[in-house]
Write a protein that binds this ligand. Structure first.
Ligand code: SF4
Length: 86
């Protein structure tokens, strides 16, 4: 059958077309103890009216609600490396 070849080999799971976002483990003790500032809502680059990142990143994974959802789901969060707090 003609088509795209799987570089991992026949019968193996094909690679993702888009990369998944990297999430990091967060200790529950730390999350519950500290008043943290690492979501888009805390960032200087965030336009809260339009819910966009003014330097062009997709804020979807770094919004506070999504970070909390991911934490409560599996104890991990995606942190933005470009967050800037004034
Ligand atoms: S730089 Fe990162 S944390 Fe800041 S608004 Fe953009 S996506 Fe969100």
């Amino acid at each position: 059958m003609a088509g795209i070849l799987n570089p991992k080999g026949k019968g193996k799971t094909p690679p993702r077309i888009t990369p998944s976002i990297k999430k990091e483990t967060v200790k529950a003790r730390d999350f519950l103890s500290y008043d943290t500032r690492f979501s888009c809502e805390d960032c200087s680059h965030f336009d809260s009216e339009k819910v966009v990142c003014t330097i062009g990143y997709n804020p979807r994974h770094h919004l506070k609600s999504e970070q909390e959802h991911q934490f409560y789901l599996g104890g991990t969060m995606a942190f933005c490396r470009f967050i800037e707090i004034d």
